[in-house]
Design a protein around this ligand. Structure first.
Ligand code: HEM
Length: 502
């Protein structure tokens, strides 16, 4: 080994660091939560299921109970599987459970650590949340109702013109909501350069944020390797993609503001209110985070709903009958109709429960040593709240594996599962700031599609409910048949699409 060739040298240092960390992190007389047996050096970290492999997590739960612990190679991971434990830690002990793990490659080298979801629980994060709240709080989002209703009509218009491309149309519709609200940007095609770039970047981030995706996340000292090492080249490319994603639309808004032609938007509003030096950088990253965090999740939920409707025509008919009965057949739904449609709301809840879009939520990191239910949780432990386990707890008469909206229509005092509103958007201080906006988007897309179309199984081939594994879980590409319910509905959609104000 020579010092001019740093690779083996840094690897050796990394292995030594791991050995030291193993020696010092071996269980002492402290009681850790149950988990697989410990092997030298590696501990049991390799026994940990891949993110998104929910069946493997379910098997661990059967074996080890509601909380289990994996550790080794300097990593400590606690998985929590019950709503009670999640509430006890993330809500009641929020001051030490609101931090995020640091990702050496994606956070530091690709510089995504500046985005809201990855920021540590610090003052920068508080500024981001304040900025996001200005645009996305329950009152602020009322100003976007008409944009969301227009976009639901445009989505239906596209379904009429090219139903076979429904996946592209849904992707474009959710991107349009976030781009329009955040930057006042209008995009017309799903293959718009910005939309496709954002998707490529999100896919890259989703793969790179799986714990342990890079050796350098386990051995941070590897980040000092020279720039020609493959993962460093990958990181450089990732950094350029992310920088382009957050900078391009932001600079565009600034140019439009200078020219006096910027439409109303969150970026415009924040820049006019707070344009003072360093806050510019915070606004750029807070707004840039919204697209990344908001697009894919709403897309996954809307597509999952369409799949559920094609597989369960009897449930679809019940939802359509409710819409026809409550709002009539002479107009399209509006967001204000939401509280009048209990069956549609139950079908949306059931969609979020049946296939949660973010099944393991976003990882947290505990910032102080803690003890819970007699188990020691060391500082620095990554804590994974298993939302999927909460979704699949058995309550009431229905099998959790089945799609049954009726499980949500129970009377007071009867046994119902935990409402996805309590877990699908995360918990405590880091609860998703886009929740009210997303709930409205999902409601208006779904109720408009139900009002205008019948969604059914494809004429050819089978529809298997298959989903991606990873941070965000979406349906794998599938086919379904989309047919307008009446000529009057077609006319209503065409009229509204032609009179859109966005
Ligand atoms: C169906 C749609 C959505 C789902 C299921 C969803 C889910 C989540 C979840 C599980 C988290 C992690 C929270 C935690 O750590 O406890 C999160 C965080 C976040 N979401 Fe959403 N989200 C959705 C839509 C949106 C939208 C539309 C936006 C923005 C317009 C958004 C912006 C964010 C941001 C910025 C964070 C990071 C919050 C932080 O770390 O403080 N999300 N979301």
């Amino acid at each position: 080994m020579s010092l001019s060739d740093p690779v083996p040298f840094v690897l050796l240092a990394a292995v030594l660091a791991a050995a030291i960390s193993w020696i010092f992190s071996r269980p002492t007389n402290r009681r850790y939560a149950p988990g697989p047996p410990i092997r030298p050096l590696l501990g049991n970290i390799l026994d940990m299921p891949a993110q998104g492999d929910m069946l493997a997590f379910a098997r661990c739960r059967e074996q080890y109970g509601d909380i289990f612990f994996f550790h080794g190679l300097g990593y400590k991971v606690l998985v929590i599987n019950s709503m009670k434990a999640i509430t006890d830690l993330f809500e009641k002990r929020h001051s030490i459970y609101s931090d995020r793990p640091a990702f050496t490659v994606v956070g530091e080298l690709m510089r995504l650590g500046q985005s809201t979801p990855l920021l540590p629980y610090n003052d920068d994060w508080r500024i981001h949340r304040k900025l996001a709240h200005i645009a996305l709080g329950p009152n602020a989002i009322k100003q976007y109702h008409h944009i969301q209703e227009d976009l639901a009509a445009l989505l239906s218009q596209q379904f009429l013109e090219a139903p076979e491309k429904f996946i592209d149309h849904v992707r474009l519709a959710v991107a349009r909501v976030v781009l329009s609200v955040t930057y006042g940007l209008r995009v017309d095609k799903a293959d718009d350069e910005y939309v496709t770039h954002a998707e490529d970047t999100m896919r890259m981030i989703s793969e790179a944020t799986v714990p342990g995706a890079f050796l350098a996340d386990i051995f941070p000292s590897l980040k000092h390797l020279p720039s020609w090492v493959p993962f460093k080249r990958h990181a450089r490319h990732g950094r350029e993609m992310i920088e382009h994603l957050v900078t391009t639309p932001f600079e565009y808004v600034k140019e439009q503001m200078q020219a006096g032609v910027a439409p109303p938007s969150l970026a415009n509003h924040l820049l006019s209110e707070y344009d003072k030096g360093d806050i510019d950088h915070q606004i750029k990253w807070a707004t840039g985070s919204l697209y990344g965090a908001g697009g894919e999740t709403s897309y996954a939920t809307t597509l999952t709903f369409m799949m559920a409707m094609a597989l369960h025509p009897e449930k679809q008919r019940l939802a359509q009958e409710e819409i026809d009965r409550v709002i009539g057949t002479e107009r399209l739904p509006t967001i204000n109709d939401k509280s009048q449609l209990p069956y549609v709301n139950a079908a949306i809840k059931e969609t979020m429960r049946w296939k949660p879009a973010v099944p393991m939520s976003l990882a947290r990191m505990v910032s102080e040593d803690d003890v819970y239910e007699g188990y020691f949780i060391p500082k620095g432990t990554i804590v994974l709240p298993n939302s999927w386990a909460v979704a699949y707890e058995h309550h009431g008469p229905y099998d959790p594996r089945e799609y049954v909206p009726e499980r949500w229509l129970v009377g007071e005092g009867e046994d119902a599962p935990v409402d996805p509103a309590q877990w699908a958007f995360g918990f405590g201080r880091r609860l998703c700031p886009g929740k009210p906006l997303a709930e409205n988007s999902i409601f208006i897309f779904i109720s408009t599609l139900l009002s205008v179309f019948d969604i059914s199984l494809p004429d050819e081939g089978e529809l298997k409910p298959e989903f991606t594994m990873g941070l965000i879980s979406y349906p794998l590409p599938f086919k379904c048949k989309i047919t307008p319910r009446s000529a009057s509905k077609v006319a209503q959609v065409s009229w509204r699409a032609a009179h859109c104000t966005i």
